[in-house]
Design a protein around this ligand. Structure first.
Ligand code: GLU
Length: 473
């Protein structure tokens, strides 16, 4: 069903959250109105031949929500639910997300209204290339204008087609590859981008679980190790969140996909569940697990932590009070409606909001964009130097040790950094620093919750940028 028919406007919900935060801000009403506005919206219909040679008319969008920083940034979604309201809301979330994790972009989002599961790769490629050419015509793409990335229904393959189309239509553009992020490594992407959003969700959870006082009402003890997690939506974000959670000592007790959900209190291997689905056509019947009758039932199962990582509007006033998990980390954009949010807060749940929790993707996209503009990978100039200087230090320390140090240990200590090491540690650092910034506002300004704090941080950053740059003319 198209999203317009959803009970409410998604863009309106996002603005409702911003309005709550705005009550705690001293910014002038005009500045707040500008922050909330979606600055530019491009709506296109274009013809593409399907595999039978018939012309199909494709509807697509690109929304640029805020130009307080350039370029604007945000994914491109391929889904039959894409609508104007949805891309505007998602673009607004991108503006706020970038501001919360301090990456220098305005927010944008694109959408193509197709069901990618029903399109052949060749048809998808024609659609992607035509969409890109339409964006180029109106300057809605470019390393210094607007930089798309993967989102629901798109990935490395589509980003490669976008980059190639942009480069082909402007062969003299030196920085062409910085026109899009989330590319494969061979297309000059960056290691760690694919798992960045899911890993970021778990890093966000670790931060939230670090403060015992904040967890009292949720009835949880601090620390991620041993916590039982539900992952609603085992897509790109959910899968990597599940894998990272297990790697860090948590137990994934339930997962869902669009056509099924399973629960196993003894723990599930998310990759094995997806392999089972690839083999059998469904996640149902996974050995040892109980089948649930609806994917949405997953949200209500017994667990400590919940990661809604599917789509918007999954948690509503109808099901909010049946959620048992104490902490909810929003892997998806906009999974919780404002009414549900209030009910959950009343029930003592700690919600780690989307504009912080799932920002890991755009953080690593930022690193990819910088890498593409500098035309050099992050480890290239320092790797050997670091290896040699560490070696000197380690040799010196080893020579003073009473017992000889095993060669294996010395080797491990001197292991030179790979690009992925820089990406992961920089992501970790960003997620930690941003959490502290949001939490400080929450506590110091006595705000109702983390979401209001994150929105207030975003509002003041974006509003501040508008004020400092003044109003043209
Ligand atoms: N689509 C992702 C998001 O919603 C990533 C955006 C990006 O990397 O630009 O955050």
């Amino acid at each position: 069903m198209p999203n317009q028919s959803a009970r409410r406007s998604f863009f309106h919900s996002v603005n409702q959250y911003l309005d709550v935060a705005a009550e705690h801000s001293s910014l002038a009403p005009g500045v707040i109105r500008q922050v909330k506005s979606c600055n530019a919206l491009y709506r296109i219909r274009f013809p593409v031949r399907d595999d039978a040679g018939e012309i199909q008319v494709i509807e697509a969008f690109r929304a640029e929500h805020s130009h307080h920083r350039s370029p604007t940034k945000g994914g491109v979604r391929f889904s039959p639910r894409v609508s104007q309201d949805e891309v505007m809301a998602l673009a607004a979330l991108m503006s706020y997300k970038c501001a919360v994790v301090n990456v220098p972009f305005g927010g944008a989002k694109g959408g193509v209204r197709i069901d990618p599961g029903r399109c052949s790769p060749a048809f998808l490629e024609r659609i992607t290339r035509r969409y890109t050419s339409e964006l180029i015509r109106k300057q809605f793409i470019g390393p210094d204008d607007d930089v798309p990335a993967p989102d629901v229904g798109t990935g490395e393959r589509e980003m490669g087609w976008i980059a190639d189309t942009y480069k082909t239509l402007g062969p003299d553009r030196l920085n062409a590859l910085a026109c899009v992020t989330g590319k494969s490594l061979t297309m000059h992407g960056i290691p760690g981008r694919t798992e960045a959003t899911g890993l970021g969700v778990v890093l966000a959870l670790e931060q939230a679980l670090d403060h015992g006082d904040d967890l009292k009402r949720a009835g949880l003890s601090p620390g991620l190790a041993g916590k039982r997690v539900l992952v609603h939506g085992l897509g790109k974000v959910g899968l990597h969140a599940a894998l990272a959670a297990v790697e860090r000592g948590a137990v994934v007790v339930g997962v869902s996909v669009s056509d099924g959900a399973i629960y196993d209190p003894n723990g599930l291997d998310a990759q094995a569940v997806l392999d089972h689905r690839a083999e059998r056509g469904s996640i149902l019947g996974f050995p040892g697990a109980t089948d649930l009758s609806e994917p949405s039932e997953l949200l209500e199962q017994d667990a400590d932590l919940l990661v809604p990582a599917a789509l918007e509007h999954d948690i509503t006033a109808d099901n909010a009070l049946r959620i048992q998990a104490g902490v909810i980390a929003e892997g998806a954009n906009g999974p919780t409606d404002p009414e549900a949010d209030a009910l959950l807060r009343g029930a003592g749940k700690l919600i780690v909001p989307d504009i912080y929790a799932n920002a890991g993707g755009v953080v690593v996209s930022y690193f990819e964009w910088v890498k593409n503009l500098s035309h050099i990978s992050f480890e290239r100039m320092t790797r050997r130097y670091q290896e040699l200087s560490t070696r000197q230090l380690v040799d010196l320390v080893a020579s003073r040790m009473p017992e000889p140090v095993a060669e294996e240990t010395l080797k491990e200590l001197c292991r030179p950094p790979e690009e992925i090491d820089f990406v992961r540690t920089a992501l970790e650092n960003t997620m930690a620093q941003s959490y502290h910034a949001v939490r400080e506002i929450w506590k110091q300004r006595d705000l109702p919750d983390l979401r209001t704090a994150a929105y207030l941080l975003a509002l003041e950053n974006v509003g501040g940028a508008y004020i400092e740059s003044g109003v043209f003319p």
